[in-house]
Design a protein around this ligand. Structure first.
Ligand SMILES: [Zn+2]
Length: 329
């Protein structure tokens, strides 16, 4: 048991406070530790929950075990992997918490099986029966999400096949994410029953589609795709919930927290820390992450300020109560 003392807590408003850490959990908050208690001095620092990246491709970014370790070292406690081949499931590289969808479900010849996803990152489905069987297999392998691909440059899933996959996923308690960057793709994704847009769409969306996004989720990925922050702002204003995600493994990405993505979320009018902690935890259904409340996992960063540049360079990182050596400056 130890205390972290002298810091300010971002939970989410800034205030002075100390945390008692016990058994890998935040056991209590107090103004100060009891006199004589063992404490880590975090004077001048701000404690924030460890980050959650809601869109990664661990196996595209490198060797998944190494990439997972890099994520932890830089302060990312959990990820949602949205495109791993079935043969790699379940993705399990503790202490990183990994939610995963397995491969993108797509039509024969559809995105991404004729491009980056030739090696199992895409799974081709021709019939509704195949779709249901694939979703059942992925759920048995531990998937908590499925991902449908809609890209008009390639053959598209017939509506009844996409719908069968989404219905089966919902029946099994899985969330349905969709790759949908264009207006037509977003419409197909929502018609199929998607709960989550895996990217901020590149196209501006008409009022009827914005209306249908109310209460659904969008994962930001603004940096990797060069999408205008206004697109995300429109979705948020329409009532969509927003989680931070980088699309790690794509171009312009590297393991760790992406300061550019945080700055783009800020430009879209959002608090990037909320999108990358409590909101991402809600999307991934990880209730003990994304918070500094008693009972939460002791997974947190000590940072010098809440600016994107300082959030990506923590003074130190704690994951599940274990203090990691400071990230390289
Ligand atoms: Zn992706």
């Amino acid at each position: 048991m130890t205390w972290i003392a002298g810091a300010r807590l971002a939970d989410p408003a800034l205030r002075k406070g100390a945390l008692r850490i016990d058994g890998g959990r935040i056991a209590a908050q107090a103004a100060e530790p009891p006199r004589g208690a063992k404490a880590i001095d975090a004077s001048g620092l701000i404690l924030v929950p460890a980050f959650i990246d809601a869109h990664v491709h661990l196996a595209v970014a490198g060797e998944p075990a190494l990439v997972s370790r890099e994520q932890i070292q830089s302060g990312v406690a959990a990820v949602l992997d949205l495109g791993a081949p079935e043969r790699l499931l379940p993705l399990d590289h503790p202490p990183l918490r990994i939610r995963f969808s397995g491969p993108l479900l797509t039509a024969p010849g559809g995105y991404p099986t004729r491009s980056w996803g030739r090696n199992g990152e895409g799974l081709e489905l021709a019939t509704a029966d195949q779709a249901r069987a694939a979703v059942q297999r992925l759920a048995r392998a531990g998937a908590r999400f499925v991902k449908l691909a809609f890209d008009p440059r390639f053959p598209l899933l017939p509506p009844e096949v996409a719908r069968a996959a989404a219905d089966e996923a919902h029946r099994l308690g899985l969330r349905v994410a969709a790759h949908a960057l264009e207006e037509s793709s977003v419409r197909q994704a929502l018609d199929a029953g998607a709960d989550v847009l895996a990217h901020t769409p590149r196209d501006p969306l008409p009022a009827d589609l914005l209306e249908r996004m109310k209460g659904k989720w969008v994962i930001s990925t603004l940096h990797a795709f060069g999408v205008a922050p206004e697109r995300l702002r429109a979705l948020r204003d329409a009532g969509a919930r927003v989680a931070y995600g980088t699309d790690l493994g794509n171009e312009n990405t590297a393991p760790g927290i992406d300061a550019r993505e945080l700055a783009l979320l800020e430009a879209a009018g959002m608090d990037p820390l909320v999108a990358a902690t409590s909101e991402a935890a809600a999307l991934l259904l990880l209730p003990d992450l994304g918070s500094l409340a008693p009972g939460a996992s002791a997974s947190l960063l000590a940072v010098r300020s809440l600016s994107p540049a300082d959030l990506v360079r923590p003074a130190w990182v704690m994951i599940d109560g274990t203090l990691l050596r400071p990230a390289a400056a």
